[in-house]
Write a protein that binds this ligand. Structure first.
Ligand code: COI
Length: 352
């Protein structure tokens, strides 16, 4: 593991006063963790420094060719004031898989995780207290070469920034089913957590918003008949006591919340199935009432119940549009473990 130097800020910022008004992802703490990479030196110069913009050459590879990956995880404050992380090792494992897919060097997981823990120690007062709030952690890796040729870079920067956050969605979500644009195809980068996937989603997101939808449901890129994911979260459908989610097929992000939901299902007496899910079946089953609930699952979104899907001008309201009992139970179970009010049976929690 590399040594990590710490330079403290001399001008700490004011922390958010009203935690019930926290926005999502627009407020940042006083410090950040950085580490550089070059082909000659490998990872070096691990450091915590005051949060500030860093210089980038206009020719920087990441700005032109999107060679970038990131992660999202959260630090939670328990009722007794202690801090904890949820499945943080899984985030670092996924970061390593994303790096491989994007032709980036292997992250120095040990140093980066230690850098995150030291950063959290320094910023512990920034972790909000209200239920439903947390400190969002954004590890990011970007290509830093100043060359316009399309190539794997020789220089990279890894950094971690922290943001106190409230809820990502204001309430239950309306989802626009996108059948013109696609997010990813098998063999592409859909299963890597890379900025490119999010860039590909922005136009459709904007059009969906114009139709009153907060999110887009992506279909598979080849037949555009099967459901894939929502971009900022994985999607689940509830049929009575059975949960169904699209099987990971190479173009879907393997969500850590998705995986947690599948594991909780066993404890909650639900059946869980990962399978190919045809959009036509989903729409038919909403109409005939056998599909009783739908929800998205993600770190930012947590468990986000779906109010309705809009497809080709028609609205398909799920159940009565309110939060269903299984969605609520899964939300309570997940957040109970994350905030430390329920036992951590799977050994997913890191106490700080
Ligand atoms: C997360 O849930 O952490 C994500 O990365 C989704 C984000 C793009 C809002």
């Amino acid at each position: 593991m590399l040594p990590i130097t710490i330079t403290r800020t001399s001008t700490p910022k004011e922390k958010p006063k009203d935690e019930s008004k926290l926005d999502w992802g627009g407020t940042f703490t006083d410090h950040m963790f950085l580490c550089d990479y070059s082909t000659e030196k490998g990872w070096h110069d691990a450091r915590i420094v005051p949060y500030a913009p860093f210089p980038m050459d206009p020719a920087c590879v990441v700005l032109h060719y999107s060679q970038t990956i990131f992660e999202g995880l959260k630090c939670y404050r328990r009722a007794d004031g202690a801090l904890q992380l949820f499945r943080d090792k899984d985030n670092f494992a996924r970061l390593a898989r994303s790096a491989k897919r994007m032709g980036m060097p292997e992250p120095d997981g040990e140093t980066f995780r230690e850098g995150m823990l030291k950063l959290l120690d320094l910023e512990q007062d920034w972790v909000p207290r209200n239920r439903g709030t947390s400190l969002y952690i954004r590890p990011t890796m970007i290509a830093m070469d100043e060359k316009l040729g399309v190539h794997a870079a020789d220089k990279y920067l890894f950094y971690i920034i922290l943001s106190p956050v409230g809820a990502y969605h204001a309430g239950n979500v309306n989802i626009f089913v996108e059948d013109q644009y696609v997010r990813a195809v098998r063999g592409g980068v859909g299963e890597a957590k890379t900025g490119a996937n999010y860039a590909a989603s922005i136009l459709a997101g904007k059009l969906a918003e114009e139709k009153g939808c907060g999110q887009v449901l992506w279909l598979d890129g080849v037949t555009r008949k099967n459901v894939e994911e929502v971009g900022s979260m994985n999607i689940f459908f509830v049929y009575g006591d059975t949960l169904k989610t699209p099987a990971l097929n190479g173009s879907i992000l393997p969500g850590i919340t998705r995986d947690s939901v599948l594991k909780f299902a066993e404890h909650l007496g639900l059946k869980a199935s990962e399978e190919t899910i045809a959009l036509d079946d989903v729409l038919r089953d909403i109409r005939n009432g056998s599909l009783t609930e739908a929800f998205g699952a993600g770190t930012a979104a947590v468990i986000a119940p779906v109010k309705s899907f809009i497809y080709q001008g028609e609205t398909y309201r799920v159940g009565d549009g309110k939060t269903g009992k299984h969605s609520q139970k899964l939300y309570d179970t997940l957040t109970g473990i994350q905030w430390g009010t329920l036992p951590d049976r799977e050994d997913w929690i890191t106490r700080l």
